[in-house]
Design a protein around this ligand. Structure first.
Ligand code: IVH
Length: 680
């Protein structure tokens, strides 16, 4: 059969495109298109090659792994090739894989699979000789990778010397280096504040960090690693199943993903896929699917390999978190502190499990750096609960008519001047509380869960209450002439019953701790922890207001430096703010729970200087409640476990943080031990 010319041309075109994108992704750490778009091109090529086998060539991207090793790093030849994995995008494709495995093994009973998250980082091979880490290399083209030992040595959780009594003369382990989500967000936030380039996603940040010539850069990046396999080895007996090999690896001191398990048959594979998928956004690290591996190593050997991937494993991908779409317009949103944020209005696109039609562009600096124009084709990303953002522009698809975006001169909400101080990324509306957008945001913050926690009084309701003039300040919420069951019930989409419920939650919110109240005021840079520190040190409003006259005295409080002290001073010097506070705390307002006498020396507190991580489900209090208690006693809370953590408080089903704490040898407190610690 002759192949039609158009199909031949398409195959050539697809290969050129895929090679180009391979280079962007594997060699330059700077992909132009989202993974899902790449997968589409790849799949299209594979289908054409299957339809017309005479077109298949040995150098087709479908037959190869990754990209070429970079010149600036010494080449490392892998003694055993590092392969890729085939993908399944549907239950049917997984079923077909399972059937192929059964057929080849001539077996009818269900196959046992080791099921694991597919970690979205960078593959690495690490060689230990006589128990000592000697070299670490990227995958490269699968046969030769790049020597990145200097950077891999900065990963704290990776053993540099193997643990245990039997030390193999040679052991090559394979795994994935990744950047935990919290670390990635913090890194990008810092870059944004400094007006530096941000990373598109944690995988890129990982690859960019590993491919640094200077290891001090990688040392500052929160890199982590999970080991999921073994390459060459000598002087050690390995067990007969993949899951047992993972146990041996853990005994040798390697971090192994705590979510791995063994299942039987394709149904249980799918259950696992669902379960992990549902928890995807709660994991500390990014995963883009799950990997199913035939667990029995003898069966793996029997199944063998094709050109680029093993026959005994497959990756089952999750729905994409990045997609392509078009920018229809750019609008401006005004936040609580007046920050004017550009927001892209998008052609609706399904990404990260929802339809997204707006995405943040963060600030003017970032918009300019990314050079986003109206009409551009862009990559949008929605990962977990993080708000959708525009990651980058696909410049190749830019139209002539694409329009540049200019920062408006006046606030789109109140008309006040917008100013953007030299060297600052953030532009601000100068309208203060005159600007209804800022007022709305201030009130929304005031009632939010971690502040006054007024349930039911949501964003849309507050918009209506402010727009109708019913409320202007947080204090107005407690004024029965302004907010009451009848007036609420008159609002759009508000049933009488819900109106009564809201009145009840307003009532319940009147008893509030001083710390929460301070946080609720929304003073710039005063987050929960700082508010709690202020509350502990000053005990009550009177002494804080007095101290705010002299900003230096504020700096005695943990966490407060000159900048934050100045913001607090400025807040309490504004007549308007003092008025609102007086109304809030006056008759019929809040019942502030103040503590007295105030503790004058923060160092006296029980938990001062101690860092805590709280994980799992507690019985006698919520996790937020536990964190509040720790902060009240002077302790600090962090999201992830590191060697600087002093205690990990854990309830039921604590997950990976618990495992990490164990590995780092950090003190673990169960609920009983924690409660005991809180006792005076
Ligand atoms: S096993 C021969 N297990 O996915 C099979 N790979 O698309 C080797 N990956 O290059 C891979 N999580 O970078 C394996 N639990 C896991 C994985 C995993 C992520 C990556 C790895 C590999 C790529 C293939």
């Amino acid at each position: 059969m002759t192949v039609p010319a158009d199909k031949q041309n398409l195959v050539v075109e697809l290969r050129t495109q895929i090679r180009h994108h391979n280079r962007r992704y594997y060699e330059l750490d700077d992909p132009e298109i989202p993974d899902i778009e790449y997968d589409r091109l790849f799949l299209q090529l594979r289908e054409l090659e299957a339809e017309f086998p005479e077109l298949l060539t040995e150098d087709s991207p479908t037959q190869m792994v990754g990209g070429a090793a970079q010149k600036q790093f010494a080449p490392v030849k892998h003694s055993i090739a590092m392969l890729s994995l085939d993908n399944a995008f549907s239950d049917e494709q997984l079923g077909a894989f399972n059937q192929r495995v059964l057929d080849r093994l001539q077996q009818t009973e269900p196959v046992h699979y080791s099921v694991e998250p597919k970690l979205d980082g960078m593959a690495i091979s690490i060689r230990y000789e006589a128990g000592k880490l000697v070299v670490a290399a990227t995958r490269g083209d699968g046969r030769t990778g790049e020597d990145v030992t200097h950077n891999v040595l900065t990963i704290n959780s990776l053993p540099k010397i193997l643990k245990g009594t039997t030390v193999p003369s040679l052991l090559e382990v394979r795994g994935e280096v990744f950047m935990p989500s919290a670390g990635f967000e913090a890194l990008n936030k810092m870059a944004r504040q400094r007006g530096e380039k941000t990373f598109a996603n944690p995988r890129n940040a990982t690859a960019g960090s590993l491919r640094q010539l200077d290891s001090t850069v990688a040392a500052e990046r929160p890199l982590d690693i999970f080991i999921y396999g073994v390459g060459a080895y000598e002087g050690i007996e390995l067990p007969g199943s993949h899951s047992d090999v993972l146990l041996v690896l853990a005994d040798l001191g390697f971090p192994v993903c705590p979510e791995n398990k063994v299942v039987s048959g394709v149904e249980e594979c799918l259950d696992y896929y669902q379960q992990i998928g549902a928890r995807r956004s709660q994991l500390d690290y990014e995963i883009d699917g799950v990997v199913y591996k035939v667990n029995d190593l003898a069966q793996q050997a029997e199944l063998g390999f094709v050109a680029r991937a093993p026959r005994w494993a497959i990756a089952h991908k999750f729905p994409a978190q990045e997609e392509l779409t078009r920018v229809m317009n750019v609008d401006w949103q005004v936040g609580r502190t007046g920050a004017v944020t550009p927001v892209a209005r998008l052609e609706p696109v399904f990404v990260g499990g929802v339809t997204v039609s707006n995405a943040t562009l963060h600030n003017m600096d970032e918009l300019e750096r990314k050079d986003v124009r109206v009409g551009d084709t862009v990559i949008v990303r929605r990962a977990g609960d993080v708000i959708p953002e525009v990651v980058s522009v696909v410049k190749e698809k830019r139209l002539k008519a694409a329009r540049r975006v200019k920062l408006p001169v006046h606030c789109p909400v109140c008309g006040s001047d917008i100013s953007r101080p030299e060297g600052e990324a953030v532009a601000r509306c100068s309208g203060g509380l005159f600007c209804s957008a800022q007022r709305k945001e201030a009130i929304k913050h005031f009632v939010s869960r971690r502040a006054l926690d007024i349930e039911g009084l949501g964003s849309k309701l507050i918009d209506q209450l402010v727009d109708s003039g019913a409320i202007e300040t947080p204090a107005d919420i407690f004024n029965k002439h302004r907010v009451n069951a009848e007036s609420l019930a008159g609002l759009e989409r508000m049933a009488e019953k819900s109106a009564l419920n809201i009145m009840q939650s307003i009532e319940a919110s009147r008893d509030v701790s001083f710390g929460r109240f301070l946080y609720a005021l929304g003073i710039r840079e005063v987050g929960e922890a700082t508010a709690e520190n202020l509350a502990v040190v000053f005990g009550g409003l009177g002494s804080l207001e007095a101290a705010a006259q002299d900003v230096e005295s504020l700096q005695a409080v943990p966490d407060i430096g000159p900048v934050v002290a100045a913001y607090i001073g400025a807040f309490f010097s504004q007549e308007h703010n003092l008025e609102v506070i007086a109304q809030l705390t006056g008759v019929g307002g809040l019942r502030l729970q103040e503590t007295s006498p105030a503790i004058s020396d923060p160092a006296e507190l029980l938990l001062t200087g101690k860092t805590f991580v709280v994980t799992g489900t507690l019985q006698s209090m919520t996790r937020d409640g536990a964190k509040d208690r720790i902060r009240q006693l002077g302790g600090k809370i962090t999201a992830s476990v590191s060697k600087n953590t002093n205690f990990v408080v854990h309830g039921d089903a604590p997950g990976s943080k618990f495992a990490k704490a164990q590995k780092l040898g950090i003190s673990l407190l169960d609920e009983a031990a924690f409660l005991k610690l809180l006792e005076p």
